[in-house]
Write a protein that binds this ligand. Structure first.
Ligand SMILES: *Cc1c(COP(=O)(O)O)cnc(C)c1O
Length: 391
């Protein structure tokens, strides 16, 4: 039974002033540009699969947009993470630092390499890794041996760190780059949610050895399913392309695969969609900012509810708008979710923290109290770019 309380009526009023009446989805893709044109062209050419110009074009445009020297398009963001970790030297029995507050793919990709996620807490302003507390944790539990960071408690090498830019808000990249250097870790950014997000003037995803993007249907732009690796290293870019295309040596007819590769390449038809979607990105980013401003005006008046703002010095893509309950309403997440969804406004809580999932309950971790507190108080509200169209 839904409990009707005045503050929830006020919340729904404030939200619907922005979204209009329900049903309103959390994040709807839209195809208002050249999607039909490029898809038709792709079908007419019959090159819908592993051959065709759109993949090259999509990769070139992603590189240009992000400032990465190279982009390699793949089937989805999870596959991109997997390959990024493998090419960063993550091996069986290594540990990889990942946030507990993230989509399950971040940790699963570590598992695909036979390694173990080591869970890191977040901080409130960015929802990204708490670098200072992580540093204290590493000082306590690890030591550098032969240029490698070894977990003294497990005896395993902590090889890499995969911060995630939550809901599009850039993490503390300056702190992360420094930490990575001090503790001899490889930095891989999970920028799956952050296409278009900028940290101190630089697009996210290019601060470490690899950045990873996703073009799943719920992301800012979509290729149906898709992902990409970003890197500034030519050798690694070539390795990534090779490994994601079954490690087949280029030859007019011979099938010679020089290692065990993956069939992870993005099909041309998905890339065609991606090229059209990328053209719409600047407009969508502006609309998503407008949406933030509109929510700020309406929700900003409520007590016990805060709208999450982009971190200082950053430009967030505002992929998903986030509300934080506090003070008198801090224990009322379930009521808020029930009430808003009953009114046709699609709202969703954050993920179950990964260290609470069956696969990861025994994984090493630091104290995760901040994430544990936040997931009990935060949820995402309708965030489609279209909702920001009229200001
Ligand atoms: C979407 C997402 C991914 C990748 O998802 P795919 O569906 O495999 O493209 C990875 N990490 C995070 C944090 C994500 O949100």
């Amino acid at each position: 039974m839904t409990v009707h309380t005045p503050w929830l009526e006020d919340l729904v009023d404030a939200l619907t002033r922005v979204t209009g009446p329900g049903p309103v989805s959390l994040h709807a893709p839209e195809f208002t540009g050249n999607e039909w044109t490029y898809l038709k062209d792709c079908l007419d050419s019959t090159f819908v699969s592993s051959v065709g110009q759109y993949v090259d074009q999509f990769e070139a445009e992603l590189a240009k947009l992000t400032g990465a020297k190279y982009a390699v398009a793949v089937v989805n963001g999870t596959a991109a993470l997997h390959v990024a970790l493998e090419l960063s030297g993550v091996q069986r029995n290594d540990e990889v630092l990942v946030p507990t507050l993230t989509f399950v793919a971040t940790a699963n990709a570590v598992k695909y390499c036979g390694a173990t996620p080591h869970f890191v807490d977040c901080e409130t302003s960015t929802l990204g890794m708490d670098v200072e507390r992580l540093r204290m944790h590493l000082k306590r539990i690890s030591e550098i041996r032969d240029g490698q960071c070894v977990n003294k408690q497990t005896g395993q090498v902590i090889r890499a760190i995969v911060p995630m830019h939550t809901f599009g808000h850039p993490s503390d990249l300056e702190g992360l780059v420094k930490l990575t250097h001090d503790f001899k870790l490889v930095l891989i950014e999970d920028a799956a949610e952050a296409l278009g997000s900028v940290y101190q003037g630089t697009h996210v995803g290019v601060f470490g050895r690899f950045g990873v993007l996703s073009f799943n249907g719920n992301k800012t732009i979509t290729t149906g399913g898709g992902g990409a690796l970003l890197t500034n290293d030519e050798r690694l870019a070539k390795r990534a392309k090779h490994l994601t295309t079954t490690a087949k040596r280029a030859h007019p007819w011979e099938y010679f695969h020089d290692e065990v590769g993956y069939n992870y390449r993005m099909p041309n038809i998905n890339a065609a969609l991606g090229c059209a979607q990328l053209e719409q990105l600047p407009k969508m980013l502006q609309e998503k900012r407008n949406l933030y401003e509109r929510y700020k005006k309406s929700v900003g008046k409520l007590t016990g509810v805060t709208l999450l703002k982009e971190p200082e010095g950053c430009r967030s893509n505002y992929w998903l708008q986030t509300l934080m309950l506090n003070g008198v309403h801090q224990d009322q997440l379930t009521a808020a979710l029930e009430f808003t969804n009953a009114k046709g406004l699609m709202t969703r809580p954050a993920w179950n923290l990964l260290h609470t999932l069956p696969s990861y309950t025994h994984a090493p971790r630091m104290d995760l109290y901040c994430a544990q507190d936040l997931v009990q108080r935060m949820f995402n509200i309708p965030s489609s770019a279209a909702l920001g169209r009229v200001l």
